[in-house]
Design a protein around this ligand. Structure first.
Ligand code: NAG
Ligand code: NAG
Ligand code: NAG
Ligand code: NAG
Ligand code: NAG
Ligand code: NAG
Ligand code: NAG
Length: 761
């Protein structure tokens, strides 16, 4: 079993301050580690109880800290907000974007970008900034081949290259990154193949039902629908021996060559040679370094076999140009996709002569798929910057990943990185004016997100005791700006903060004078799933999280996700010319951070959480009604209904109390009046802080124990999309009545724990 000892975050960080680390939380952490490495789960009942009572009873120091309200030192909240809105500069964002996209920055391959980022942050005024490194188990591409054979003759040899474009220097870099999949298995197979649509669980069920032979074949699948690793997982479970994935223009909306649009670089349609790289780790089973699930990948730790978390069959990503010969060679063999259900009707290459026949190919036709990967354990580098606040046990973290699959990455992730740098520069400007935040602010530039959320997951695993005790919220930005459409996902506790802040930032596209982002946005906030660095915060550590960005709209150019064409040139010419959306993203992130760090009363809304839970339960009930578990009746969920209703009631009065305290603080002017209110504020804030934590279940979800939240997890077979009440839903899906009852009981217990936390004592 690995050591649970944390090394200091960076030298001066408050991690080591013993007062901050409550003993019961440490106990929980040790238990989490034990389960992660196969410890004795019988111990859990006791420790869960310890957790519940500990967080509810763990009251902080109520004496007024130095530099507390009404005003932060140096700068009023109002003046700070103005500074945060005025500082972000599109030209600077463009400069940072140009820097990050100048050369390859795969995880563990570009220390100089980490050092540059740290140095910039220090120069901006965030002096406590340093590199925090881990040793990640991961793969780099060595060699590959994909050929179409007919009776051993090569009839088509794929180049496995994206076209070099004269207009776009990134595409022709000598050290550009080959096309490959992160965590794919090495392999060398020759076999017939089958068109498996999107390769989702349901697609494979359809194929099984139609009697299509899958065993021993290679799967030719489209990107889309679910996380790519889960396509490989299911193909492997079906006895298939390899997977070839391509991007079908049928999923590109309006902007297609078929509709008369020119492809990049001459127009907004997909370049036919573009290839989507990406990870095939089984992200819904566990993210992070697959050899250190649940504990940090520090040098010298024990490592487990990654079996069951990364694929055991090879896979390769290709372009639609190179998929065409493979698709056409299927014409006339097996059933047509058109004879299947709706999900199978979206292929966009019919006009190129593809019939979308499913196959399998006849005996003489096969694919040779060779994939050689070098697996190594290699250093990777997070950059962590900290501005100490006046309240040491309340922390807000803002993060973005830096690593990309390609030399470019102007959209993913470096539009977010450019925006983050502008946020740091804005807060740095405040620090230079003598400002101190109320709550501690942590900035993070993660490495290795692309392989499987590595940098953020290992960091959360390492600092779990401190984060469990002190963190209030995590804000994530991955793709910051690739179009004009604002998108948000969040824990319901944070809905209110997002609505407020988007109403305070002007839209860069003023179709009506004074228009804010809130005015241009449909207001939809998605549920948290996975797919970016908030996962360890939200799903493992119970820290309410936000994930935002500007995405492409219906009229936007096609986004060349994980392709060489996600380049600086593409961003500058098509996606965000003028970098206005980059600067706008920086303003939103900065105001969100300030809203969560500076308002005396933490800007959460517990009622929204209760309403969220009620809605999620409604969805579960609908699912139950259509399941083949006949004894499932509304009565099954009655205890949970009751607990959620109770939580709702108590939340309404709790939020009202919080809101009235806020008002009192605003109207009281003397320091002594503040001192009097401080104890009440601190109590409220502490309860808000621990509310999301109440929904952690130490043994984790069945079959994927790393996931501790009973409310949010990635869908087992979708990977990205948020599944709510995953324990209950998976028991329904697997037709397990005992499991349903057990999970309803577990969730009910958690909701009651939340009630106990909020109730007056
Ligand atoms: C930040 O806070 C920590 C712990 O309270 C302290 O050790 C450190 O010196 C502080 N850093 C600065 C720059 O004040
Ligand atoms: C690291 O990134 C910088 C800036 O983007 C780039 O110029 C350089 O080529 C990269 N270095 C390596 C070793 O790939
Ligand atoms: C792959 O297998 C073929 C035979 O099926 C063999 O000729 C070739 O050398 C193998 N390549 C590698 C890299 O192992
Ligand atoms: C599949 O569709 C093509 C036309 O796209 C048609 O010619 C062919 O007969 C169909 N095959 C089957 C098995 O339905
Ligand atoms: C600005 O908004 C209008 C109205 O929604 C839209 O038609 C136009 O394309 C937008 N312009 C940009 C540059 O996003
Ligand atoms: C909290 O959320 C509820 C439900 O959305 C809303 O009615 C209430 O006004 C909110 N309270 C505050 C203080 O924002
Ligand atoms: C059904 O759920 C119960 C309780 O969670 C569990 O013990 C049992 O193993 C499950 N049965 C199956 C077939 O998965």
């Amino acid at each position: 079993m690995p050591t649970t000892e944390s090394t200091p975050l960076i030298q001066q960080v408050p991690v080591a301050e013993p007062r901050l680390i409550a003993v019961p939380i440490l106990t929980l952490v040790i238990i989490l580690f034990c389960i992660a490495v196969g410890g004795d789960s019988d111990l859990f009942g006791e420790h869960e109880k310890a957790l519940l009572s500990s967080t509810a009873n763990q009251f902080p120091d109520l004496s007024l800290p130095h530099a507390a309200w009404p005003e932060s030192e140096g700068l009023s909240y109002k003046a700070l907000k103005k500074l945060l809105l005025d500082t972000p500069d599109p030209d600077k964002a463009r400069e940072w974007s140009k820097y990050y996209t100048a050369g390859p920055h795969l995880c563990g391959k570009n220390l100089s970008q980490a050092e540059w980022t740290r140095d910039k942050w220090v120069e901006f005024g965030v002096k406590q900034a340093d590199i925090v490194s881990y040793e990640m188990y991961l793969n780099y591409p060595v060699d590959h081949r994909l050929a179409l054979l007919r009776a051993d003759e090569v009839v088509y040899e794929a180049t496995l290259e994206e076209d070099v474009l004269a207009e776009d220097p990134t595409t022709g870099l000598a050290d550009r990154v080959p096309v490959f999949h992160g965590y794919s298995a090495s392999g060398n197979v020759t076999a017939g193949y089958v068109f498996c649509n999107y390769g989702t669980y349901d697609d494979f069920e359809d194929l099984k039902e139609a009697g299509v032979e899958l065993k021993g074949k290679i799967a030719l699948v489209k990107y889309g629908g679910v996380f790519r690793g889960l396509k490989v997982k299911r193909a492997s479970e079906m006895g298939m021996v390899g997977v070839v994935m391509y991007s079908d223009p049928g999923d590109d909306g309006e902007m297609t060559e078929k509709n008369g649009y020119k492809p990049y670089p001459d127009g907004p349609a997909r370049n036919p040679s573009s290839v989507q790289r990406g990870s095939v780790e089984y992200l819904s089973i566990a993210p992070g370094d697959p050899t250190t699930i649940g504990y940090p990948s520090k040098p010298g730790v024990d490592r487990q076999s990654p079996e069951g978390i990364i694929p055991d069959i090879p896979s390769l990503p290709i372009s639609y140009a190179e998929a065409l010969p493979l698709l056409k060679a299927l014409n006339g063999y097996g059933p047509n996709a058109s004879s299947f259900n709706d999900r199978w009707q979206s292929g966009g290459l019919g006009y190129k002569g593809v019939q979308y026949s499913i196959g399998p190919t006849p005996a003489e036709t096969s694919i040779h798929l060779m994939n050689e990967q070098d697996y190594v354990t290699t250093p990777a580098w997070n950059v962590i910057g900290i501005i100490n606040g006046s309240i040491p046990d309340e922390v807000v973290v803002l993060g973005n990943h830096r690593d990309a699959w390609i030399a470019g990455g102007a959209g993913d992730p470096n539009s977010g990185s450019a925006a983050l740098n502008e946020v740091v520069r804005s807060f740095g400007a405040a620090v230079k004016q003598g400002w101190t935040p109320q709550r501690t602010i942590v900035f993070a530039s993660w490495d290795g997100e692309e392989y499987g959320l590595l940098g953020s997951t290992e960091w959360v695993e390492e600092y779990l005791p401190w984060l469990s005790d002190a963190s209030v919220a995590y804000i994530n930005v991955d793709v910051g700006a690739i179009g004009p459409v604002f998108r948000a996902a969040a824990a319901p506790l944070l809905n209110k903060a997002i609505y407020k802040v988007t109403g305070e930032v002007r839209s860069p596209n003023q179709t009506v004078e004074g228009q804010t982002i809130r005015d241009t946005w449909n207001g939809h906030i998605s549920t948290m799933g996975s797919g970016s660095d908030f996962t360890a915060f939200q799903d493992f550590a119970g820290i309410p999280s936000i994930d935002i960005g500007f995405e492409a709209g219906p009229g936007s150019p096609v986004y060349h996700y994980h392709s060489n064409y996600d380049s600086f040139h593409w961003m500058d010419k098509y996606a965000d010319p003028g970098f206005k959306y980059h600067a706008t993203m920086a303003r939103i992130l900065a105001l969100l951070t300030a809203k969560l760090s500076e308002e005396p009363v933490v800007q959460f809304n517990a009622t929204d959480y209760a309403v969220g839970l009620k809605n999620y339960l409604q969805t579960v009930k609908q699912k139950a009604a259509t399941s083949n578990l006949s004894p499932l009746t509304p009565a099954t969920f009655h205890p949970l209904d009751k607990a959620i209703a109770q939580l709702h009631d108590i939340s309404v009065s709790f939020d009202a109390k919080a809101s009235s305290l806020s008002t009192q603080l605003q109207s009281s002017t003397s320091t002594s009046a503040f001192a009097e209110l401080y104890a009440s504020v601190k109590t409220i804030n502490t309860k808000y802080k621990f509310l999301e934590r109440q929904f952690l279940h130490a043994p984790g979800l069945d079959g994927r124990s790393w996931f501790k939240s009973v409310v949010f997890a990635p869908g087992l077979w979708t990977g990205y999309a948020g599944a709510t009440f995953p324990g209950i839903v998976e028991a329904i899906e697997s037709g397990n009545q005992t499991g349903v009852d057990r999970w309803v009981g577990i969730v009910e217990g958690k909701v009651k724990g939340a009630v106990d936390l909020l109730v007056d004592q």
